[in-house]
Ligand binder design. Sequence first.
Ligand code: PDD
Length: 280
Amino acid sequence: MPIEDARISVLDRGFIFGDGVYEVIPVYSRKAFRLQSHLHRLQHSLDSIRLTNPHSDADWAANINELIARNTGEDQYLYLHITRGIAKRDHAFPNPPVKPTVFMMSSPLLTPPDALLASGVGAVSAPDNRWLRCDIKSIALLPNVLLRQLAVDAGCAETILIRPEFKAEGEFMTEGAASNIFVVKNGVLLAPPKDNLMLPGITYDVVLEIAAANNIPHEVRRIAAAEVFNADELLLTSSTKEVLAITTLDGKPVGTGKPGAMFAKLHMLYQNFKRDVMRS
Ligand code: PDD
């Protein structure tokens, strides 16, 4: 239906409590990108909030394909949103359970324009003050909203999050407010480990697979805050931004202040991968 006609109850637990999870899936040439990985991550999010998946993977795939078919545009991005449903306001789960609310929409996929790919984007850093289950793709995004706005207030694109409180380990980088972050030092691509402190990005996986397949030196490990501030290059990845170079951090240039060699290589390989694997 037209988006203006879509309605939910004010008692929906997504609206009242942020009690739900979501997915963002890019569509290239009218085909959902890495659908199985997205459905797998959705299942992890649902399991983590103890909400029964309302659909089988086959049903999700059928619904997703219909959504793609009913919208124009070769490249789209799909937003899936599942909440614990409509019930009298009470923090505890409705008992007996109610039907989950499922919402899906398609929007045009607008990947970064050439000018932005050439210049890179600015970022700011901020303490990661979120909870300890950042692996859940929760619709309760207020911390991410406030953190990302810090970047926008500074005329930047993203906020790089630093966990300050794990004293024994020192300060380390987790991800961006709405993206994953990679660090490049001396030709090595560094990625933080997928744990409870970051969202396991699908684009992150693709970038690491591309690195492995092309003999690009890479390490998955904790990245100290100091390594972020002394990086030769910083990259951000997400389903809608793909791979972007971060060329300033807190107003200072990252490396040369221009997108570097690792960005150029990974961006090219990512575009080749899309063309050869997705569009063929
Ligand atoms: N966000 N980390 C966070 C906190 C994110 O919100 C996202 C993506 C990612 C990257 O994940 P993926 O590569 O699977 O898109 C990492 C989406 C795009 C959003 O909320 O719109």
